[in-house]
Design a protein around this ligand. Structure first.
Ligand code: NAP
Length: 458
């Protein structure tokens, strides 16, 4: 795939970039390796000062950076600004908390292991490669980079080929904040060059956020060379609505959960599973709100839904909808692309879905909602758990026993009760099943790329 920025709002090429040569890739890996030897011997306080300074640069750059994101991948501009500020928040969070997350621990009774003292310390691993997607071009990267650098690791970024401006902005960002040269480096390479970087002995681990096929490929390479991997892959999250819920609030949040980021979020509510007693009330409200969304230029502050990021992404969404409709699905809203340049797709609601339709099992990466009518909570969970994914989930119910029951029954990395899934620096984030393994954010996220070293002393 060419490394180029194409404006998805009109399909025009903004800028094309040469991939880094093999020599340049080697130099960048060497720089990250050298920087690790410096960074690992700095104090938490020093790294925290650089991380806060880097976050302040992002905060100062918010407007121009938000415009860059919207230009490259079509997210409504207000959401781009929110993404940039969330990155800065995450950097401040790890600057403030890394030391306590990675504190040494000692056994209260070391005599139980025949020692005078015994416990654990956390140590950084070295250079970590991050293979990242375009849908949150800054957030996905910072989510990895802030904890990695605070732990004393260094980072290499292979970003998605359609967001090179974001990739190059990130290439300089940490150095601007004071981190040693090479602490974080972008590799402008195609996905075929990724395996060789993982195999390089100077690279100690890899994290990938992206699709299931990319995850399988990266994990297979990491497995061959026995390197740690974290995988944050796709999702087809259920959003369950039960009779005791506030239906109007559920419908309003459901729209946000489905169309935020133009529907291209791994943790979007994608399948709306509604108890039969409140199905008509929920669906009427949901469809009305989906129809009321403004589809348009993502640079316009009043736009709710911009274009999909790539032409092939729109084709994938259209194919899923067309397949379902050909097999008898009912279109309650939308159902096609508007007649305008760019890679837009109308907010769409489908009902009457049957198991032979691809959309029932596959991820829909665009503003298309599937609605299911269920008789009771057992059927709700059966439908919720029937895909191969297990990223997050949402349940709307005001019955405390029912909430607990769903928390236990859903196969997912998270359950959000009476809300939509959102990632927070303070909470672990990640999935099970084909949504991947490992966790980002919170204490769990910074520990993924550290060695938990046991120290025993006679
Ligand atoms: P993608 O095609 O898998 O690309 C993600 C990254 O992987 C890109 O940098 C891509 O490079 C690279 N890549 C693709 N195939 C590869 C391979 N065989 N070996 C090594 N690298 C490879 O995914 P996407 O379309 O950009 O993103 C959408 C997917 O990401 C969705 O499934 C979404 O749910 C998932 N996602 C998950 C999370 C999460 O936290 N769980 C968050 C966001 C997105 P090129 O661009 O050069 O192909």
């Amino acid at each position: 795939m060419a490394i180029e920025t194409i404006n998805p709002a009109n399909g025009e090429t903004v800028e094309t970039f040469e991939a880094h040569s093999a020599d340049e890739v080697q130099q960048r890996i060497a720089a990250a390796h050298d920087a690790f030897h410096q960074l690992k011997s700095t104090t938490y306080a020093q790294r925290a000062a650089w991380m806060h300074a880097t976050a302040e640069i992002l905060e100062a750059d918010v407007d121009k950076t938000a415009e860059m994101i919207t230009l490259e991948m079509g997210k409504p501009i207000a959401q781009s600004r929110a993404e940039v500020l969330k990155c800065a928040k995450n950097m401040h969070f790890y600057a403030d908390n890394a030391e306590s997350f990675l504190g040494a621990e000692a056994l209260d009774d070391p005599s139980s292991v025949n020692a005078a003292s015994a416990g654990t310390v956390w140590q950084p691993l070295g250079v970590v490669l991050a293979v990242m997607p375009w849908n949150y071009p800054l957030w996905q990267v910072i989510r990895f980079a802030a904890p990695a650098l605070m732990a004393g690791n260094t980072g290499l970024l292979k970003h998605a080929s359609n967001v090179p401006l974001s990739a190059l902005y990130l290439d300089e960002l940490f150095e601007r904040g004071g981190f040693p040269t090479g602490s974080f480096r972008t590799l402008l390479i195609g996905s075929r060059e990724v395996a060789a970087v993982i195999e390089d002995p100077r690279v100690k681990a890899v994290t990938l956020t992206g699709s299931e096929p990319a995850g399988r490929s990266v994990a297979a390479t990491a497995g061959q060379v026995i390197k740690k991997a974290v995988l944050e892959l796709g999702g087809s999250d259920p959003f369950i609505v039960m009779p005791s819920a506030d239906i109007e609030a559920a419908a309003a949040t459901a729209v946000k959960a489905r169309v935020s980021n133009n529907g291209q979020s791994c943790i979007a509510g994608k399948r709306f599973i509604v108890h039969t007693d409140v199905y008509d009330q929920f669906v009427d409200a949901f469809v009305a709100k989906m129809n009321a969304l403004t589809v348009g230029d993502p640079m316009d502050e009043s736009t709710d839904v911009g274009p999909l990021a790539t032409e092939s992404g729109r084709t994938d969404v259209a194919d899923l909808v067309d397949d379902a409709v050909a097999k008898g699905a009912e279109v309650l809203a939308g159902g096609g692309a508007p007649d305008r340049p760019g890679w837009y797709y109308n907010p769409t609601v489908l009902a009457g879905l049957t198991d032979d339709m691809r959309i029932v099992m596959e991820e829909t990466f665009g503003p298309v909602a599937s609605v299911y009518r269920v008789a009771d909570r057992d059927e709700a969970v059966r439908v919720a758990n029937q895909t191969t994914f297990g990223l997050s989930s949402a349940v709307w119910s005001n019955d405390a026993d029912e909430q607990d029951w769903f928390v236990g029954a859903l196969d997912a990395g998270a359950v959000f009760l009476n809300g939509m899934t959102v990632s927070y620096p303070e909470l672990p984030f990640g999935g099970i099943k084909d949504s991947g393994y490992g966790r980002e954010l919170a204490a769990a996220g910074i520990r993924e790329f550290c060695n938990l070293k046991t120290v025993w002393k006679a």
